[in-house]
Design a binder for this molecule. Structure first.
Ligand code: FES
Length: 139
């Protein structure tokens, strides 16, 4: 999938930029939590790392083995969640991520599911540790 040609006919300039220059790619030093999500249909995957400070997401990064759309939406997710509370970040939908990269072709709409699921799973994991159950995220 990663070998597919990126065409401006199909992808926005924002998406292409995030794919070619992913923001916050790699493991996050000092991450409080991470979540790994795989799309069972295509096999693409994303691992999202989050760090919290004073009830808000202070840092985010990702690792991806996926298609351009999943890489771009994961990249933009690490920017969109910054500074948000757990509730606010959880409320972000795949449509929000797709919109943030300038939209996705219809056939690629499902690709933004990975970023959305990874963010939600990471927050859920954080909450399950009792760390964010009051939505403060305070340690
Ligand atoms: S084709 Fe698998 S997430 Fe895009």
């Amino acid at each position: 999938m990663a070998s597919e040609t990126l065409s401006s006919e199909h992808y926005s300039a924002t998406l292409i930029d995030h794919f070619e220059h992913p923001r916050n790619a790699g493991e996050l030093a000092g991450a409080d939590v991470d979540a790994f999500v795989t799309n069972p249909v295509c096999g693409d995957s994303v691992r999202m790392f989050l760090r919290f400070e004073e009830g808000r997401i202070a840092a985010a990064s990702f690792l991806s083995s996926g298609c351009p759309a999943s890489i771009a939406t994961s990249s933009v997710a690490t920017e969109l969640v910054l500074g948000r509370t757990l509730d606010e970040a959880e409320a972000l939908t795949r449509d929000d991520y797709a919109e943030a990269v300038g939209g996705l072709p219809k056939s690629k709409l499902h690709c933004s599911v990975l970023a959305a699921a990874a963010v939600r799973n990471a927050i859920s994991e954080w909450r399950s540790r009792g760390a964010g159950g009051d939505s403060s995220g305070a340690r």
